[in-house]
Design a binder for this molecule. Structure first.
Ligand code: NAP
Length: 244
């Protein structure tokens, strides 16, 4: 495949592996980051060393003006976006009884508002091109819920409803919209959980271990490929058999 892919939050973790996978698959990749500039430049260097094309672009994807300027820069530097991966996300856990409105808003803005803003911006050129792929990173937390993650699971469930609605809106324009729902994946986000929690979680996973970022990236690569041309509005769970 060729064309331009934009991956939000691609300096580290799952987003980084998605950027590297899409570059290996032939896409020119816009590596978005919020604050991890050096790590984003490293991802770009790794792609370029392997013979690919990439740029690192800073933008807070929950900010409407930043998103407009991000898409305009990607278009100027690489071309119109053909594959959008809405990956950027944060957690700010706490029981609902103790959760502040700010904790709610920041997680909803970063994890859900960003998906709306980037999707809207990407659709302009995709509708004109009558083709495109949007892949939203949800979570099993948005399917099954998780105590202490009321804000996060609401955002991730919101992504699923949004994915299905947009899939129905733009299917006739040749654009597919899907969600990937990872389980527990080894990244900075889960590193803070502590060994005891991780042990407990691993016992609930059929495959008995946490997943790797590249195991999520390979599903994203598939959904971005021509092999997935007849798949839209779906939520693909990549969790080693956690949410069975
Ligand atoms: P991570 O290692 O903590 O990385 C999060 C990424 O999001 C970082 O690159 C960060 O950028 C970026 N980001 C955060 N706020 C942003 C903003 N406002 N604008 C642009 N980028 C922003 O997390 P991860 O584990 O790779 O998670 C990636 C996605 O998978 C998230 O949506 C997460 O909810 C989802 N997920 C993860 C797991 C898991 O077990 N790890 C499970 C299910 C779903 P900077 O570094 O530049 O700040």
């Amino acid at each position: 495949m060729s064309g331009v892919a934009l991956v939000t939050g691609a300096a580290r973790g799952i987003g980084r592996e998605i950027a590297l996978k899409l570059a290996r698959d032939g896409f020119a990749v816009a590596v978005n980051y919020a604050s991890s500039e050096a790590k984003a430049e490293k991802v770009v260097a790794q792609i370029e060393t392997a013979g690919g094309r990439a740029v690192a672009l800073q933008a807070d994807v929950s900010d409407p003006d930043a998103v407009i300027s991000l898409f305009s820069t990607v278009t100027d530097e690489l071309g119109p976006v053909h594959v959008l991966v809405n990956n950027a996300g944060i957690t700010d856990d706490g029981l609902v009884l103790r959760m502040s409105a700010d904790q709610w808003d920041s997680v909803l803005n970063t994890n859900l508002r960003s998906v709306f803003l980037c999707t809207k911006a990407a659709l302009r050129s995709m509708v004109r091109a009558r083709s495109g792929r949007i892949i939203n990173i949800s979570s099993v937390s948005g399917i099954s819920g998780n105590p202490g993650q009321g804000n996060y699971s609401a955002a991730k469930a919101g992504i699923i409803g949004f994915t299905k609605s947009v899939a129905k809106e733009v299917g006739s324009r040749g654009i597919t919209v899907n969600a990937v729902a990872p389980g527990f994946i080894k990244t900075d986000m889960t590193e803070t959980l502590g060994a005891a929690v991780i042990d407990g979680v691993e016992q609930q996973i059929a495959l008995g271990r946490m997943g790797l970022p590249k195991e999520v990236a390979s599903m994203v690569g598939y959904l971005a490929s021509s092999d997935a041309s007849y798949i839209t509005g779906q939520v693909i769970v990549v969790d080693g058999g956690l949410a069975l």
